[in-house]
Every structure is written in structure tokens, then in C-alpha cells.
Design a protein around this ligand. Structure first.
Ligand SMILES: [Zn+2]
Ligand SMILES: [Zn+2]
Length: 352
């Protein structure tokens, strides 16, 4: 074991502060990584403040962070796919049971024994729970370490490990969206990745937003059209015309208004997580045989596919880079959606 510098929160109302945490020495199948950038996901904030206590209560201290990019510093004796110096990523998971039906289908995110990157009991016993990426280093099983293309700007790569795969996976699962009409609801951390990825797959992308001020940005990110969802005229005009809609909104909202936008056999997939149950009108689904579904990150194989796709198409997240000392301020801004479109922590700031 060794100690690593990190930022942790001691309780639901405590700020994140500098600390030292134990990390295990690399076992034969482990990769040790020096973290260069870590994105700030909205889940980090929910976990730090214990806002998801009914589903996954937070164990304190918590070290959040699951959008990790860095360089390999050491590998275990049995590791064959990585060597020191390689550029790598770690996303939302660091282990699973490797044997259940989901794992066999490369859907480790649905493994009943999935080990998430933070706040999951630590099988190695290094600490009570796993500690995430707000740290100078991390040690993970090589099966959960991703290769990062060398051509991408690293600060913007970090959010691909959660926001990127969360939007990539449902687009891929829907099928070939080239030439299809695709709606993206909400233009935040997830939505802006959805726009970039759907466009790169050749879809005709329409962004739905409640903020007219986001129009120019949506077009710059790749949308062909922007619909202000509070404006009845364009909502009428687009009704019944979408093949696929990706709903990225985590706040309470009327999903029936968007189900009306779908064509016959159209599908809407939720990737945001509103705290309260949403009302669904059966009629909105019956007329047009429409489907409503959900999606959660993606498996490791698909995450690698997403990174390779982003490398080939030069896609990264739009980020605001911050030193770790500004993380609490960033959380406050995140609660007001005051970021374009993701914070990425420059982990060099932790070394000083
Ligand atoms: Zn996340
Ligand atoms: Zn499993």
C-alpha cells in the first residue's frame, strides 16, 4: 500500500478538502495510473451530498470522480495490454464478477457485483469503500482500464468516460441513425455530448431546450435546428417526426411533450435521472406504437469503442479546466448549471 494525495468530503454538508488516501500496491492484474485530469459529473455532487441515500447511501469519507484520464506508471506482472507511459482512462466501474450473464454479454454496468469507481465496498480491503479520481493516482484491474487515443486534448477526454459513454451507448443500441431525425432534450454535460456524437454518426440533430440563449451553442456543437420547447409553434411543426429522442434532463419535466414528437415506432431513451417519478401518458405511447426506454453508461468493450470513435472523429467534451482547489466553487456552479459543459480538474494542481 501507499498513500496518495486526494480530495475527500467528510460528510453530506462538508466541503471537499485535501487529504491522503491509501491505494493498494499493484497486484499481478493491476495497472497503476497517474491521474492527469478528472471530470466532475453531476453524480459526484449527488454522492458527496448523499442525495441518493435511498438507492446508494454514501460512506464517508468519499473521494468522488469517475471520469479519469492519466498515464500508466506501473503494471502488475501478468498485465499484457498496458505498459508504463500508456495513455489510459478509467470510467464508472473498476471491477465486476466477470461471470454473470451481464458480464458475459459485455454489460458489466448491470452486473449485480459491479464495483463502481467510488463508494462501493473495496474488495481488496485497502479502504472501506473504493476511492475515485479526485486523486493523484488510482490502481485498477486491467480489464477496466481503457486505451485513450493519443490525438485528443486530454482535459476534454476525461468526461467521455461517463458523459460520453452514457450518450454513445443508447445511440448505438438504437441502430444506424445515419440520415435519421434525432432529438436531444437538454443541452448540459450529457446533451452536448449527445449532439456531437449523433451528428458524427450522420443523424439530423434537433436540440430541444428551454433556454433560447443556448441556440447559438447548440448549432456550433452540431445541431441542425434548435427548438425552444416552451414555444408551441415549432413543437407543433415537429410533432410525430422523430425517429429517436435522447432525453438528458435530470430535472422534473413533461416527457409526454417529447413522446408526441416521435414518429410511428419511434423511441425515446432517458439518460437523465430525475429524483421523482415521471408521469407517462399511455396515449402518448399507444398512438404510434412508441417506445420509452432507459440507458446506463455502457460496458467496457463499448466504452473502448466509444473512445476509438472519438479519436477517429476528433470528439472531446467542451470543458472548463479548474485546479482542484476550486472544486467546491465548481459544485456550487454545477447546481446552477453554470458550466459549458463540463468541469475538468487539472490534477497537476494537487501536487503543489
Ligand atoms: Zn458520471
Ligand atoms: Zn457480472
Amino acid at each position: 500500500m501507499y498513500n496518495a494525495k486526494a480530495y475527500s468530503a467528510a460528510g453530506a454538508t462538508a466541503p471537499l478538502a485535501a487529504t491522503r488516501i491509501p491505494r493498494r500496491a499493484a497486484t499481478p492484474h493491476d495497472v497503476q495510473i497517474e491521474i492527469l485530469f478528472c471530470g466532475i459529473c453531476h453524480s459526484d455532487l449527488h454522492a458527496v451530498r448523499d442525495e441518493w441515500y435511498s438507492v446508494m447511501p454514501t460512506v464517508y469519507p468519499i473521494v468522488p470522480g469517475h471520469e479519469i484520464v492519466g498515464r500508466v506508471t506501473a503494471v502488475g506482472s501478468e498485465v499484457s495490454r498496458f505498459q508504463p507511459g500508456d495513455l489510459v482512462g478509467v470510467g464508472c466501474m473498476v471491477d465486476s464478477d466477470h461471470s454473470c450473464p451481464s458480464c458475459r454479454d459485455n454489460l458489466e454496468q448491470f452486473c449485480p457485483d459491479a464495483v463502481f469507481t467510488y463508494n462501493t465496498p473495496d474488495r481488496h480491503g485497502t479502504a472501506p469503500v473504493t476511492y475515485g479520481g479526485y486523486s493523484e493516482s488510482i490502481v485498477a484491474d486491467e480489464r477496466f482500464v481503457l486505451k485513450v487515443p493519443e490525438n485528443l486534448e486530454l482535459a476534454g477526454v476525461a468526461p467521455l468516460l461517463c458523459a460520453g459513454i452514457t450518450t454513445y451507448s443508447p445511440i448505438r443500441r438504437w441502430g444506424d441513425i445515419q440520415g435519421k431525425k434525432v432529438g436531444v432534450v437538454g443541452l448540459g454535460g450529457l446533451g452536448h455530448m449527445g449532439v456531437k456524437l449523433a451528428r458524427a454518426f450522420g443523424a439530423r440533430v434537433v436540440v430541444f431546450t428551454t433556454s433560447p440563449s443556448k441556440r447559438d451553442d447548440a448549432l456550433r456543437l452540431g445541431a441542425q435546428e434548435v427548438v425552444v420547447s416552451t414555444d408551441p409553434e415549432p413543437m407543433q411543426r415537429h410533432a410525430g417526426s422523430f425517429d429517436f429522442i435522447l432525453d438528458t434532463v435530470s430535472a422534473e419535466h413533461d416527457i409526454n411533450a417529447y413522446l408526441q414528437m416521435l414518429a410511428v415506432d419511434g423511441e425515446m431513451t432517458l439518460v437523465g435521472a430525475p429524483a421523482k417519478p415521471l408521469q407517462v401518458s399511455a396515449f402518448a405511447l399507444l398512438f404510434g406504437r412508441k417506445r420509452l426506454s432507459g440507458s446506463l453508461i455502457g460496458g467496457i468493450r463499448e466504452t473502448q469503442e466509444m473512445l476509438d470513435f472519438c479519436g477517429a472523429h476528433n470528439i472531446t467534451a467542451d470543458v472548463e479546466v479548474i485546479p482542484i482547489q476550486k472544486v467546491n466553487e465548481a459544485y456550487e456552479r454545477l447546481t446552477r448549471s453554470d458550466v459549458k459543459y463540463r468541469f475538468s480538474i487539472d490534477m497537476a494542481s494537487l501536487k503543489g
